[in-house]
Write a protein that binds this ligand. Structure first.
Ligand code: NAD
Ligand code: MG
Length: 297
């Protein structure tokens, strides 16, 4: 008997309660809680023995990747900001419940020195590194360019774009043939929202970074791909990523999606797993969209 589900109603598809937290926000305080696969993701040994570093691994999309990687047999190090420790501790417990090693490395990715330390520590504590899932990001909506501060522009570019160069440069000497690098772009990298003038441009930049680095590292046997999510229910969105009045209809009409609901992070888990795994051996320099039907081209 098949338990086939309708994707329109498979996950939360009601209106969300309006809510706001100071950035970066804690997943544990969201209502409803995002579904990162804590109860639902089932592994089948696709990443046995692999060693993954996941940035933004405490919450949202990064948490979904971290849980899935552990359930597929990988040891996992996660990075996040120190204020996110409660979310990170939950992820550590979930990884360890699978019998996998969990390494917590808090710190600020907008600092190049920290990016190098992060990679060295992850490599040392995991005993190697062969998956980089670069998921961390900053998004703050600002309606008018006149109100967009240089500080915000610089921080958004540092976290979303510059840290990718710093982490990959540090990791490259450790990455073996067969390793996989996965960045996180966005539907915003194709259809920029007027209120995300800094963020959307970083997401376009990440697509270019992924395509160029994919070409550069192909001959080393290292693959580089990106995931482009549409609207997903995560702390990023309720901590200034959207104006608070957009939260109730987030994913239905603010922004609109053909599937008329926000995605849940677990709906990206299989994509982060696929791109990391040997099943994606001929896939590099590509962007994989999961947008609820919004066209990305
Ligand atoms: P999230 O808030 O759960 O994750 C973002 C993470 O970024 C935070 O948990 C935090 O640990 C990390 N971070 C932010 N600033 C940092 C810094 N200075 N140093 C280190 N870490 C820092 O939200 P999410 O939606 O899961 O975001 C993950 C990625 O997905 C981001 O790159 C975001 O741009 C992208 N994305 C999200 C959506 C969406 O609708 N939620 C859509 C498209 C793309
Ligand atoms: Mg977080």
């Amino acid at each position: 008997m098949s338990d086939l589900k309708n994707p329109l109603t498979q996950y939360f598809h009601d209106e969300f309660p309006e809510q706001y937290q100071e950035p970066p926000g804690l997943q544990g305080q969201m209502n409803p809680l995002p579904d990162c696969g804590e109860k639902s993701y089932k592994g089948s040994g696709k990443l046995n023995g692999r060693k993954a570093l996941v940035t933004g691994g405490d919450s949202g999309i990064g948490r979904a990747a971290a849980i899935a990687y552990a359930r597929e047999g990988a040891d996992v190090a996660i990075n996040y900001l120190p204020v996110e420790e409660p979310d990170a501790e939950e992820v550590k417990n979930l990884i360890e419940a699978e019998g996998q090693k969990a390494v917590l490395i808090p710190g600020d990715l907008s600092d190049e020195t920290f990016c190098k330390d992060l990679v060295e520590k992850a490599n040392a504590e995991l005993g190697g590194l062969d998956i980089l899932a670069l998921v961390a990001g900053k998004q703050q909506a600002v309606e008018n360019i006149a109100d967009l501060s240089t500080e915000q522009i610089e921080k958004t570019f540092a976290i979303n774009v510059f840290s990718l160069y710093w982490v990959v440069k540090a990791a490259l000497p450790h990455l073996p043939e067969g390793a996989s690098i996965i960045t996180t772009s966005s539907v915003e990298g194709y259809n920029p929202s007027p209120m995300l003038l800094d963020y959307a441009v970083t997401k376009k930049a990440i697509i270019g970074f992924t395509q160029a680095l994919g070409g550069q590292l192909a001959s080393k046997g290292i693959r580089v791909n990106s995931v482009a999510p549409g609207p997903f229910w995560t702390p990023l969105q309720i901590s200034g990523g959207q104006p608070s009045e957009n939260i109730p209809k987030f994913g239905k009409s603010t922004p609109p999606t053909p599937q008329k609901r926000a995605g849940q992070p677990v709906e990206l888990a299989g994509i982060y797993v696929f791109l990391a795994s040997e099943a994606a051996s001929y896939v590099t320099g590509q962007v994989y969209s999961a947008t609820g039907g919004t066209v990305t081209a």
